[in-house]
Every structure is written in C-alpha cells, then in structure tokens.
Design a protein around this ligand. Sequence first.
Ligand SMILES: Nc1ncnc2c1ncn2[C@@H]1O[C@H](COP(=O)(O)OP(=O)(O)O)[C@@H](O)[C@H]1O
Ligand SMILES: [Mg+2]
Length: 388
Amino acid sequence: MVVQDSVDAPGVPLEPFLHQVGGHLSVMRYDEHTVCKPLISREQRFYESLPLAMKRFTPQYKGIITVHLRKDSHGRLSLVANPLTENRGPFTVSTESAAVAIWQTLQQTAGGGALPLAQWQHPQRAHSLKESPAMALLRSELHLKAQVPSLVEDANGNLMEKGSFNPWGLHCHQAHLSRLCAEYSENKRHRFLLLENVVSQYKHPCILDLKMGTRQHGDDASEEKKARHMRKCAQSTSARLGMRICGMQVYQTDKKHFLCKDKYYGRKLSVEGFRQELYQFLHDGTRFRTELLEPIQHQLQALLSVIRSQSSYRFYSSSLLIIYDGQETPQMPHGSNAIKVDVRMIDFAHTTYKGSWNEHTTYDGPDPGYIFGLENLIQILQGIHEGQ
Ligand SMILES: Nc1ncnc2c1ncn2[C@@H]1O[C@H](COP(=O)(O)OP(=O)(O)O)[C@@H](O)[C@H]1O
Ligand SMILES: [Mg+2]
C-alpha cells in the first residue's frame, strides 16, 4: 500500500520484524524476503566488497533506502520507507498484517506513540538505554510481558498468539522509535540497509544468535567503550569459548509457541550453561532434534574453511545465526537427509579488513577469535551428538 507521508513524498510503512532475536536497534520487515536496519557505513562497505566465498554465509545485500518517522493522528509512531529509484520494483508491504496489529496494540496499551515500552522481564535493564530518568522510571514500572495481550487480532480477524513472535524485536523497535522521536524531526531522512531476510523460508524459524570471537570492540571504540566490551567478554563465555548467546527463539511444538531468550540471559551463562542452552535450542519441547546435528555441523565446517581462507578480516561484534524450522513438514520427516538448516553471519558494523576505507589498524591472517569460537561450537555439538 502506498501512502502519503508528512512531506508529501510517497512512502511505505515498514513493519516491525517479529523474528528479531538480538541486536539493539530495530530491524524492520521491508517485504516478505527483505529486512532493513539502520545503516552504518562500515557495514555497507563490507557488503559492497564482500568476498565471493563468504556470500553463501551472509544475507544478500539489496541496497539502501531512506526512512523517516511518522506520527499518526493518534500519536502512534511508525517508520516509513522512501524508495530510492535505483532500488528494485514495487513494494509489497501490507499494513493489514498481524505484525502491524501487534505493534499498534502495544502502542495503544502503552498509552500513545511516544511512550516507551517497558523492559520485558527484567526492569533493571532500563539503564542499558540512553533515556531520561523519567522515562527510565516509567520503563521500570511497566512490563512488556504484561502489556502484550495473549492474543492479538490482525485486520483480517486472524488471531495471533503472543508466543508466535519474539518480544525482543518489539522492545528494540519501541526504544529505537522513541529515541528517533526525541532526537530528530519527522522530516529527517535516516538511511537503512536492505538485506535478505534469512529466515523468510522458514514457517516457524528457530534462531540462535551467537556473538562470535573473544573481542567485541572495534578499533575505533573509545577507551570507555573498549573497557565495557572487554569486561563483558571476560565475564561471559566469549572469553572461554569465543562466543556467547545473544538471543534465541526455539519453537515448542507441544505448546505451539516460541521459547525466547535474550542477550542478558546469554551473557550470564557458564560454559556448561552454554552447552545446555545449545541443547535446548535443538529441543522442540517433546524431543531433541538429533537429525539437525549433522547438517548444522556440516555447514559450520564449511564456514570454518571459508573463515580460515579470509586473510586480514576481523569480525568484531559480528553474530552467527543458526536457523532451522521448528515444525517438521510431512514431506520432510525427521531422519530424511533433506533437512534445511542455515548458518549465516550478520552484523558487520565493526568488521575490519585490509583495503577497507580509512583503516588505521590492519591485521594479518585469518580471524583467530572467530575460528576459536567456531571450533568450540563444532566440538560442543559433537559432544552433544555423541551423548545422544
Ligand atoms: N538479514 C537478516 N535476516 C533475518 N534476521 C536478521 C537479519 N539481520 C538481522 N536479523 C535479526 O536481527 C537481530 C539483530 O541484528 P544485528 O544485525 O545484529 O543488529 P544490531 O546491529 O542492532 O546488533 C539478529 O539477532 C537477527 O535476529
Ligand atoms: Mg548485532
């Protein structure tokens, strides 16, 4: 649907992406096979000079759009994309979807567009976002969990269950919109990156977001930021395993909903806790999905050889997504070798390599932290496999 925006340019409302398991800013759904996220030049440059060997392990890069904030007559906030002419064809975004219905319901329950949603589950998380003390107070008194009605109706009267989407994405979306609203005028154009939605092929996408490596700060980080990141690595499995859980959703076939875990949960895990969580990620509520182990291990091995062949790259703060379908289809019974899994690298906002623009620091050889993480992941999965 094409609508007029506040500055009389045609635009398309973006939908919150209901399968965002990690990250801090809002990832939006652009169309069925495309998501978009706020543009960071470093990430854009990475995608534009992506080595061929890495392409099968990253989302396809689809270009750039500009986006602006819009407030409707009820004070509800949304983001509207202004397509650039060089981008491909007509938009297929619908405003009638369940995602929009959920988002509007949340904004209404929160009492208006500019009101930030609560931190869900743990109100003490409020300090992690830049906000006024008044907002923080408000935030701490509300709980997203309580605000999401157990059933949300979309424009076609279809009911969508609370457990069918990940509250983390809505949390990021609300915080991001509130911040944009506070800091910029509605006419401000924000640039967003268009990326292939790597979970669009899955009916019930089970997603594990692993932040890879033993170091997360980019070379351009301030001393304060560097110290903060180093502390988080030292206190989490990042130091010992070269990875930590940054978010997860796993479909529970018995309860017909997603079990969701966020980055705060992942940061607290011990090595044994990490192993158990990995096991949980492959458990559908009724049984452990043994048949997924081999395809995942196979893809991780293939990724490992690609990473070993990439000299000078350092994927600081990048994530690895492991994806499979939570609901086996009748055509694909377990035990068949046609099981679809995906292993995809995302988030290159702090990736550095020789030849990248304006680098003061460069590195030789492949990324040791990433390789350490991948080798450990393969080994832990092997351990789970042997225990089966
Ligand atoms: N191309 C994509 N396809 C599907 N989901 C994605 C894609 N990119 C990001 N996501 C989802 O959004 C989350 C945050 O993405 P990320 O790029 O790490 O954002 P940030 O820069 O805010 O950390 C991921 O955990 C994942 O669930
Ligand atoms: Mg990220």
